[in-house]
Design a protein around this ligand. Sequence first.
Ligand code: KIV
Length: 295
Amino acid sequence: MTKVTAPAVLAAKGTRKLAMLTAYDFAAARLAEAAGVDMLLVGDSLAMVVLGHEDTLSVTMEEMLHHTRAVSRGAENALVVADMPFLSYQVSVPEAVANAGRFLKEGRAGAVKLEGGREVLPQVRAIVAAGIPVIGHVGLTPQHVAALGGFKVQSKTAEAAARLLEDAMALAEAGCFAVVLECIPAAVAAVVTKHLPVPTIGIGAGADCDGQVLVFHDVLGLYDRFLPKFVKQYAKLGDLAVEALTQWADAVRNGVFPGPEHVFSMAPDAYAAFISRIHTDATAAGPEATKGDPA
Ligand code: KIV
């Protein structure tokens, strides 16, 4: 597989489907890389599935950078996309450019993603002008969870669907090389995909999108707090992990682990010298030091 770049993702529109998966650390990046995933999104879902927060709002730039660096170290060919966390781009355009730049400069990502429609166009234009590839994100935008009143399906009315299409088109015109469509009716996503000149990456947006993204922990059954309707679990690694860890803890309690194959040996003469040295040292230190010596 050759290195996936933002222009390569753009060129995939209409020619092949794109697979994007979230990753938050080196090990996950290596696994996804071995599976031939095109893009690794260091999603702000990190806040929920790794850090245990209720939503994505609390994760910081420093936390996102820390995990982006780890993913970049594990990604050989996949394009690493760093998710810009809440309030890292909304406050001002210069701050948005500076923070986006940190993901490439310090995190070694190849692109950033940010949430929102027409209200974030100045930020998108400025980040793209700085030479940083951007992915847009419309539909359910989890950073707006408070305003939306929860994680709900979006664009269910004709007006809302038309607004979403306009937002997605504006993001593409502003320079986004792909747009994530989250939690919208499949029929709306199909229309947006048809109109947009850049790939759509769907999550809960049906099969007609140009690509799909899911959360690593959801695909593998590693997050048990909440399973959205749009997730298909391809494995139940959480159950397997609990089974394995229970066996290990039982083996420790029963004295079965570690076995002889897990320990390091010492030459018998070295051991004998060690024991005799303990006794010599203890005797030389006087009667007080030998108190309680079991030997
Ligand atoms: O943070 C994330 O995981 C995301 C995807 C769900 C698109 O933004």
